[in-house]
Design a protein around this ligand. Sequence first.
Ligand SMILES: [Zn+2]
Length: 398
Amino acid sequence: MQQKFFRFFFRGRCLYNCLTVRELLKKLIQAESTPDKGELAAAEVISAELGRSGIDSRIDSWDRTRANIIAQVKSAGTRAALLFACHLDVVGPGEAAWEKPAFGAVESDGKIYGRGSADMKGGIAAIVTAIRRIVDSGTKLQGDIIFFAAAGEETDSCGAKRFISDSGRLPEFIGVVIPEPTDFEIVTAHRGMLWLEVATKGKAAHGSTPHLGVNAIASMRSVLDELENYPRVFLPKTRAGAEPHKLLGECSMSINTIAGGKALNVVPDKCSIGIDIRTLPAQNHQDIITDLERIFAKLKSENPQFDAEVSLLRQVQALETDCSCDFVKDFCSAVEDNKTRAVGFTTDGPYFASLGAPVVIFGPGKPQLCHKPDEYIEVSDVEKAAEYYRNIILKFLT
Ligand SMILES: [Zn+2]
């Protein structure tokens, strides 16, 4: 339910009950939008704050705690809309101890501490404040501002997928800005992510009679031997698009989990590994899965007892925005920087790129603080970001 507020303005500023950018950031951190608790509370903080400037928003919630929020600032409609796409969720606080409470939003020495402060509630507080300032000032816009913040970016991109699946109802976009923490660098590319699980199947037997069973861990050893050479030799040479990319470097593959065996006296009938593959824009994820299936077929032809299968756990495509397009050029001039870069982490960007609009990632906060204990953001950076976003809106929409 949208609350209605009376608004009082003085020289274009909302004086009624509006939060400062730092107060908004603190409320967002305190909303604790971990995968367990969900995004609904954070979405409600934003909805209330936009409501104070008379901006209607829609919270799309499902599975009790999952939530996206979408707001649209209407314009004269003579230009395409500008989309700001964020994510509401944060990763959990992790196992390592924090000096400051993970969801306390403690402010000290010009920094606000807390899970999500940098990734990416600082960016959300800045863009929500920028939109409110534009609306409160009565600026006439030629194109709509669409604000979107997604559920589940850190887990399965469920919110972004849900948003773009509704693309028939979305307007045409001039471009998409993702306020993730890039420390104010203009990012136009990142590698894709392909997470696979390989499971080998065997036959359980007593540990004293291993010849009566099929050892799934031994089968996994053959898989590991084959995979040893796969990223270095097979992957780059046999697949077009896997040669090193000028911004992103090489594709990579790392086996990061392994599980198998239940007891010391039982031949294991199951073993599984988790593989993290980072891909380049021209690589096709299905080709890689097909390669693994071919490797398993070869191993089975050598040893009929071998049995393995691969399953897809998660994938995000790579992002590569054409740096010579007008949107990127105008974006560079709006923030007075002409360098574009690539980053190591992935975002929901490729989902928004699938709408056909150029995507730029640009926001406050240091990427190296993300997902770590005592994550923080400088308050001055959040305030600076709000000014940048206001300039970007004015550049594209007035
Ligand atoms: Zn993020």
